[in-house]
Design a protein around this ligand. Structure first.
Ligand SMILES: [Zn+2]
Length: 407
């Protein structure tokens, strides 16, 4: 449990509750995507299911492990070697149930559902059971724990639970059977019913700092410059940074499959390529050599390349959803380029700057453009038409830059 870096506050909170022996039956682990929420949930379940938990003081060997806990605080850790710990690691512990939207493949045999939400079929099939004659499923929640240490349900992307699914779950949460624990993992707890939130113990996870992100990314094959840029552009989300890297690897593999590319030098990694392309079109926009539509075209093309790479990893994912994620990511790069200009204007330090020839830009115009990016990111995340929203956002950026130049 201590190997989850950068989440001192969340882990201290969990340790205190485990120590007190008064575990709430329902939990919400909230925070940005890819910062260790799921990993922490798994470790918490592992700790509570372990046959021979290890107790050690927080300052074991004189090294303070969690700066928010007293040195003499007794940490409760999974042993890592018993049958239960091994089973949790292999994700086949009979009392651990991992619930994700992908399970719709098992619960909706019509094959129509793409698993973009967590439907009531999944919640019934995996947790509550279903007594309708056509889909009879036993309720896992009300069955006895097989190894006698309680049962754990971890619901990933819990905010994607449809309202009927949340309502059904709420009924069970009102009178939870003893020794049953549900952890809901979410990036947007506000999407959960207030009645679910009020019944849950809340643990907040935060963005990961550079000091955690950079070494992790270097270990996964990024060079120093790339690791810093990834850390910055992913907003402290290791998961997001990894998906940038993985989309890059998928794109490179595609190049290898092309016979013409056999003897050619490998292409620039997609991630660095996107950052470079967006930066240079922003430079052109800044100097008046390119218009807003050129930026819109580059964002759309890069987002589609990203989606192509990601679909190779998960062919059942929704392409529309991934393109939207990609557009959000590229708009984030545009905002980072703008942020660099603002920092040049105010003399603030720039960590991991984007490659650019441009220097300072008028602060008011820059802030206006950043606001346009943020707004467009939100619209892309909802269901706005991508072409229309990019045309409008990129034209607004072009106009603001034009006004700044004229001034
Ligand atoms: Zn163990």
């Amino acid at each position: 449990m201590l190997n989850i870096q950068g989440q001192t506050t969340a882990l201290a909170h969990i340790q205190r509750v485990i120590r007190s022996g008064r575990l709430a039956s329902t939990w919400i682990f909230a925070g940005p995507t890819g910062v260790g929420k799921f990993h922490a949930a798994l470790e918490m379940a592992k700790t509570c299911l372990c046959d021979h938990c290890v107790q050690r003081t927080n300052d074991d060997h004189g090294q303070l492990l969690n700066s928010l806990l007293e040195p003499e605080f007794m940490l409760t850790l999974p042993c890592g070697v018993c049958d239960s710990c091994k089973a949790v690691e292999f994700r086949n512990h009979p009392d651990l149930h991992l619930v994700s939207r992908n399970l719709i493949r098992y619960h909706d045999r019509s094959g129509k559902s793409k698993g973009t939400t967590l439907s009531i079929q999944v919640i019934r099939g995996e947790i509550l059971g279903d007594d309708s004659p056509e889909h009879r499923v036993e309720p896992k929640l009300y069955k006895r724990s097989q190894r006698g240490r309680g049962k754990w349900f971890i619901i990933d992307d819990a905010d994607l639970m449809e309202v009927p699914a949340q309502n059904a779950l709420l009924k069970a949460l009102e009178e939870p059977p003893p020794q049953n624990y549900i952890i809901m993992i979410t990036t947007s707890p506000a999407e959960l019913l207030s009645t679910i939130r009020s019944r849950s113990q809340f643990v907040q996870f935060r963005e990961l700092p550079f000091s955690v992100m950079v070494p992790e990314l270097r270990q996964r094959g990024a060079d120093d410059t790339q690791a810093k840029l990834l850390a910055r552009l992913s907003g402290g989300s290791l998961g997001k940074a990894m998906s940038f890297l993985e989309a890059t690897v998928a794109a490179e593999r595609e190049d290898e499959e092309k016979p013409s590319a056999k003897n050619a030098p490998p292409d620039a990694p997609a991630f660095s390529h996107w950052v470079q392309t967006i930066s240079s079109v922003m430079d052109n926009l800044f100097s008046g050599r390119d218009g807003g539509m050129a930026l819109a075209a580059v964002i759309q093309k890069s987002a589609e390349q990203y989606a192509k790479g990601m679909l190779k990893r998960d062919p059942l994912a929704s392409k529309d959803r991934i393109v939207r994620d990609g557009v959000g990511m590229m708009l984030g790069f545009v905002a980072a380029w703008l942020d660099d200009r603002l920092r040049h204007a105010t003399g603030a330090a720039i960590i991991a700057p984007l490659p650019s020839q441009a220097r300072a830009m008028d602060a008011t115009a820059t802030q206006e453009c950043i606001a346009v990016c943020r707004q467009a990111e939100m619209q892309a995340d909802m269901n706005a038409h991508i072409g229309v929203l990019l045309a409008s956002a990129c034209t607004a950026i072009e106009n603001a830059m034009h006004t700044a130049r004229a001034a």
